[in-house]
Design a protein around this ligand. Structure first.
Ligand code: PLP
Length: 446
């Protein structure tokens, strides 16, 4: 089977006349039309079943078409769909009450830092991850009275102008989009010492994904997040954790930062928090909140009752169905199985990494061959860059489904091995990139 040529013909040929002709071609499209989902499974218009390892890019945390989320949406839609933030609303109130008891609150002795004594207690509701990060950057600037933000190599915070300015990848930071927002600098992810060199009295914020997702699932060294916490405290900067991808149970804790007992001043969340309905939030300390005034930041749809009802149902389901424990246990199981797969295909798989159900297999070959074969074999796979398979399945995935995934990946990799395609030709690039830092428009070594 020549998987490589199949991929090329299939992605180049138009698949859906309407979508292909009318949509601006901004997405890498795959030749499948999904019409229905249930839990970890998706179905196309011919009735073919797929195991969804991308989880809708990490959104379907409580499973596709979760019946409790569907019921909540349906009931709320009959009562009230929209209600601006300037009016009070019962669905919004119920969600806020529920989520506010589940925000990071970590007390450490001997500290006067607000985030560590009381944790995060105030919330802004919005509609997406990028939007949450835009707000977070503004909140940090307003609460510190400073302008500079430190982000990290490999980071991804979204594609709106502020979020993009904090995003590392040159693939997204195209010259044509310049000028970016001023005041963003990049330190190497995981390197405290080099981060320290960039932080100064002008630093409003340090923004970081506790586990980097888009760049291929990278877990920092254990001292990194606590070290950033200390650095931000010493310098009076706000520490922002972008938990858009790592949050809401993905790593086996509700928030990934809890794996390091570390609490930010500002936390952003989105993706799966409303069971698939567009929704996001920014949680902040009381101190950050006190710097903000009416009108500083709002959104027409922020705190929409339909999204709030869905988010309350998703949170209730996550906690009642013990999805955190399942993410932890089944994540370990999945990781072990992937490591066994690596042993069977050492010429294809370079490394397995990740935590909970946020996993990656770095390949020695381009992932596209595996991805397109995955569609044929009933697997929806997600990639990071050219050679990383990223696994963000719904947390309801079962061990039987994981076994099936491994069986199918084994078959796909055996057929690639068997086809005698060149392997080991995709080199790691990140290390080289991580030695430099970009400030707006320029690159300098640190
Ligand atoms: C860590 C992180 N932050 C922000 C975003 C942007 O979220 P959205 O696509 O909802 O704007 C993403 C999306 O993948 C993400 O992974």
């Amino acid at each position: 089977m020549s998987v490589a040529s199949d991929f090329e013909t299939q992605v180049r040929e138009p698949f859906d006349r309407v979508e292909d002709e009318i949509l601006i071609p901004l997405y890498q499209k795959f030749p499948v039309r999904i019409v229905r989902g249930s839990g970890t499974l998706l179905y196309d218009d011919s009735g073919k079943e797929y195991i969804d390892l991308s989880g809708g890019y990490g959104v379907a945390i409580v499973g596709h078409a979760n019946p409790e989320v569907s019921r909540a949406i349906s009931e709320q839609s009959r009562k009230l769909i929209t209600c601006h933030g300037s009016l009070y609303n019962d669905a919004r109130r119920e969600y806020l009450e529920a989520i506010s008891t589940h925000l990071p609150k970590i007390g450490r002795e001997g500290t006067t830092n607000d985030s560590e004594t009381t944790g995060l207690s105030k919330i802004y509701l919005c509609n997406s991850g990028a939007e949450a990060n835009e707000a977070a950057i503004k909140f940090a600037r307003k609460s510190t009275g400073r302008k500079k933000t430190i982000a990290f190599t490999g980071s991804y915070h979204g594609k709106t102008m502020g979020a993009l300015s904090a995003t590392w990848s040159q693939k997204y930071r195209k010259k044509e989009f310049e000028p970016f927002v001023e005041g963003f600098e990049f330190a190497p992810f995981g390197d405290l010492e080099k981060t320290r060199r960039l932080v100064d009295s002008e630093t409003a914020a340090i923004i970081v994904e506790p586990i980097q997702g888009e760049s291929g699932i990278h877990i920092p060294p254990d001292d990194f997040l606590p070290g950033l916490r200390k650095l931000a405290d010493q310098n009076g900067s706000a520490l922002i954790f972008d938990e858009v991808q790592s949050g809401f149970g993905r790593t086996g804790k509700l928030w990934a930062c809890e794996n390091w007992d570390c609490c930010p001043d500002i936390l952003t969340a989105a993706k799966g928090i409303a069971g698939g309905v567009p929704f996001g939030f920014v949680a902040v300390t009381r101190k950050v909140s006190e710097s903000l005034k009416v009108g500083d930041h709002t959104s027409t749809f922020g705190g929409n009752p339909l999204a709030c009802a869905a988010a309350k149902a998703a949170l209730d389901f996550l906690l009642r169905d013990k999805l955190l424990e399942k993410a932890k246990q089944n994540g370990l199981y999945f990781k072990e199985k992937l490591q066994q797969l690596q042993k069977r295909h050492p010429s294809i798989i370079r490394e397995i990494r990740g935590m909970g159900l946020m996993l990656a297999a770095e390949l020695k070959i381009p992932v596209k061959d595996v991805i397109i074969s995955g569609y044929k074999e009933g697997l929806i796979l997600l990639y990071s860059g050219i050679n990383v398979l990223r696994f963000l399945p719904p947390l309801v995935i079962t061990r039987d489904q994981i076994d099936l995934v491994i069986e199918r990946l084994d078959w796909i990799m055996s057929s690639i091995d068997g086809a005698g395609q060149p392997t080991g030709d995709v080199e790691r690039k990140e290390e080289e990139e991580a030695t430099s830092v970009i400030t707006t428009g320029t690159t300098k070594k640190i």
